[in-house]
Write a protein that binds this ligand. Structure first.
Ligand code: GRF
Length: 188
């Protein structure tokens, strides 16, 4: 079995899709959900699916001996960020080289970097009069949204597009692709 840890801060719709995709899978399993927000929707999802969860309250904890030990105890092969807002410290990146991935709601390198999350991204895309946007799944390195790109899919903006409608359009692409890309990475 290959083991996935999902790190998420928010509602967890991507986490839910990933959990559903791998439920009953013969060789890949989501074994732990880690969140930095006590009341995040993703914790409700982990309970519903009987997946153990763990709460951290700062970035510092991500590089602590205890946290690395928790990942090791769970024999984690891939760390999947799904709407996780804390920066991943270098120590953790060194411990898990090319084993931490993220999904970003734009076509990187455009509209990435610090502060570019949620509606901020889609606002900027519309202000920039872009004709298309999309998703990027990428490795995590020590700079926000700059790790190697694994997968991208684009969508076309309509004339009436608003940040909210674009967010929904992009989320559909995320749900369609994230689990499949994870499966491909772990099946190599
Ligand atoms: C997604 O838009 C993802 O691209 C970004 O954070 C959002 C998480 O959404 N990194 P959800 O919590 O999975 O619904």
């Amino acid at each position: 079995m290959q083991h996935i840890a999902i790190l998420a801060s928010g509602g967890g719709s991507n986490a839910q899709k990933i959990i559903e995709h791998f439920s009953g899978h013969s060789s890949i399993k989501v074994v732990i959900i880690i969140s930095n927000k006590k009341n995040s929707g993703v914790l409700t999802i982990s309970k519903k699916h009987n997946i153990p969860s763990h709460i951290i309250d700062s970035k510092v904890q991500l590089s602590s001996v205890e946290f690395i030990a928790l990942l090791e105890k769970n024999q984690i092969d891939l760390i999947v960020l799904a709407g996780f807002l804390l920066k991943i410290p270098e120590e953790l990146i060194h411990q898990y080289p090319n084993k931490i991935i993220n999904i970003h709601p734009s076509l990187l390198p455009k509209f990435g970097g610090k502060g570019m999350y949620g509606l901020h991204v889609h606002n900027a895309v519309i202000k920039g009069k872009e004709k298309q946007s999309g998703i990027t799944i990428h490795y995590v390195n020590n700079k926000y949204d700059e790790g190697g790109i694994i997968f991208q899919e684009a969508c076309i903006l309509s004339k009436e597009e608003t940040p909210e409608t674009l967010q929904k359009k992009v989320l559909v692409l995320e749900h369609k692709n994230y689990a499949k890309v994870i499966e491909r990475l772990l099946s190599r």
